[in-house]
Write a protein that binds this ligand. Sequence first.
Ligand code: FES
Length: 223
Amino acid sequence: MEAPSVKSPIFSRRNFRFHKNSISMSDQAKVDKTRRNLMVATSVVGGAASVGAAIPFVISMWPSERAKAAGAPIEVDISKLPPGELGVFEWRGKPVWVMKRTPQMLDGIKQVDGRVSDPQSKVPQQPDYAKNEFRSAKPGLLVLVGVCTHLGCSPQFKPASDKAEMGADWTGGFYCPCHGSKFDLAGRVYAGSPAPINLEVPPYTLVSDSTLVIGEDKEKKGA
Ligand code: FES
């Protein structure tokens, strides 16, 4: 078995504990089939005042050196990703965020349509199937490249419960501490942010409710 490359988590605010898990396999020829380590991390988000606020997890999976070198699609098991919590995966050297958005999160996205620069994703920062309000092939699924479109920092997940830090009208999203850009939970940039355009949506295929392939665009290929 090829040894995985494990890097430091990108979310420095959180306390991490680690354990191994395995990723499901498929017969897709281009998908790396190496078993991978799954790092699971959890901590309470500071500043949350509400009782019962979500406790976000950060799940990171790093592909093998072989997969990285090839820029190959990666297959990830999202069956254990709890709704409303953030999974972080590396694809082509970039963090890719995956989240199962809750109905409340989708409502929050709708609420800020008038406050984001490109609410319908007209700028080509996503595959055609994600050119919509939720910027996704399936409203409940978020898949984003976690790299700020200003100067390339990696923004931080700020759930709706972070109102003390982000403001009373915050409905959840991402904040880039480098220069203050804000994005909603569809990766749409708030008007007035230094970042000029929405976060990138990578090509992906939802093979099943539990299996996501990042970097492979079946729709584009006509599959
Ligand atoms: S790099 Fe994100 S706001 Fe500048």
